[in-house]
Ligand binder design. Structure first.
Ligand SMILES: Nc1ncnc2c1ncn2[C@@H]1O[C@H](COP(=O)(O)OP(=O)(O)OP(=O)(O)O)[C@@H](O)[C@H]1O
Ligand SMILES: [Mg+2]
Length: 362
């Protein structure tokens, strides 16, 4: 299909023959239309940048007023948002590669150019620049979330501590006690949210990579389950576990702990008194499978996919709990960092099963 929106090419090149040739190649390209601007000197070209509104810069690196890699650096610092394709001679190929490492999108050897080659280089350069910008924006976004979460920790801790102190000083019939209790519990909820956000952004940015090790579930689970003793007793639920001897998984120990903490915490939260929770580990082909099954309220099948979706409808993700609604997202992120995946199954009223895969231990 012919694209009728002209691509605006600013060609900075001093050799009249090359200018003529490149213009002809662009005219011969049947797939795109080009609006071409030319300049023979770097300064002249850079001065035209804004008014010309170039979609792409074709830049000869040897110009009357600039030579070598500094030609690229000057253009890049003046036009960081415009994709740049360098035009080189045989002898500058090393320089051009260096420029590509510093942010140029591509380079073309002028002696090897054809209509097809130049057309493709221009399209790729434009798309590559868009993709690079998107990645850069995502990284900035993650960094912003990490910084903001970090900054929020201190004031939230101060609110919590002040509310606790205030709460202790108010004695029984004082009606303000309820208000202070609300401040305290909401500050705690806020703290949980901020911790999840911080953890998720650390995981996504790779700042806190997984350090996997071989873990025997027969050794890990008894202590893990014992840690829930008090809560299970209070909620009158039973937790048991089973895993074959010698079954090992390859995962970061603190991540395994947090994944299971979140799943068992949910299972307890959504189970009635007298409920049962089963944790089971077993090998399945090339991977290990670990499941947490409860006999609680469950959830409708059509809502299950939303559980692991970022920014999914909050109503679907947090119908019954009083938590942050981010626990399962963190679980998914932690598993991703360890080469695992999670699935959920449920029949309403009959409970829920979360099953995740992890690489086998050695
Ligand atoms: N075992 C379960 N049985 C029934 N519903 C569940 C179960 N586990 C999760 N859910 C549903 O999925 C929602 C999201 O769970 P998730 O762990 O992400 O957040 P949360 O438990 O609400 O908050 P937090 O984990 O911060 O305490 C829950 O609010 C609940 O509606
Ligand atoms: Mg939870």
């Amino acid at each position: 299909m012919v694209n009728r929106t002209a691509i605006r090419v600013l060609l900075i090149e001093d050799d009249p023959e090359d200018i003529e040739l490149l213009q002809r190649y662009l005219r011969d390209d049947a797939r795109h239309e080009y609006a071409i601007g030319t300049a023979e000197r770097l300064e002249e070209g850079l001065a035209r940048l804004d008014s010309f509104k170039a979609d792409v810069l074709l830049l000869d690196i040897s110009l009357p007023d600039s030579h070598g890699i500094s030609t690229f650096h000057k253009a890049f610092s003046r036009a960081p948002d415009v994709p740049i394709v360098l035009l080189t001679g045989m002898e500058d190929e090393k320089l051009a590669l260096e420029a590509v490492k510093s942010g140029a999108q591509d380079y073309l050897n002028k002696r090897e150019v054809s209509s097809r080659v130049i057309s493709r280089a221009i399209s790729y350069a434009i798309w590559r620049k868009k993709a690079e910008d998107l990645l850069k924006r995502e990284a900035l976004h993650r960094e912003f979330i990490a910084n903001a979460s970090h900054e929020l920790r201190t004031p939230i801790a101060a609110i919590k501590a002040s509310a606790e102190t205030l709460g202790r000083s108010l004695t029984a019939p004082n009606p303000d006690r309820e208000l202070v209790r609300i401040i305290e519990s909401q500050a705690e909820r806020l703290r949980g949210l901020v911790e999840y956000l911080l953890d998720l952004s650390m995981l996504e940015s790779g700042q806190r990579p997984a350090l996997p090790e071989s873990i025997s579930l027969q050794a890990f689970l008894p202590e893990f389950v014992a840690g829930f003793g008090l809560l299970a007793k209070k909620k009158k639920v039973k937790i048991d576990w089973k895993a074959p001897p010698g079954f090992k998984v390859w995962i970061d120990r603190s991540h395994l702990d947090r994944i299971l903490q979140n799943l068992v915490d949910n299972a307890i939260k959504f189970s009635p008194a007298g409920g049962e929770i089963h944790i089971e580990g077993k090998p399945s082909g090339e991977v290990g499978l670990i499941s947490v099954r409860d006999s609680g309220v469950g959830m409708p099948k059509d809502q299950i996919p939303l559980l692991f979706q970022e920014f999914a409808d909050k109503a679907a993700r947090r119908t019954k709990g009083r938590g942050t609604g981010l626990g399962l997202l963190l679980v998914k992120g932690l598993l991703g960092a360890n080469g695992g995946r999670i699935e959920a199954a449920s029949s309403p009223g009959k409970g829920m099963t979360f099953t995740f895969t992890v690489p086998l231990g050695r």
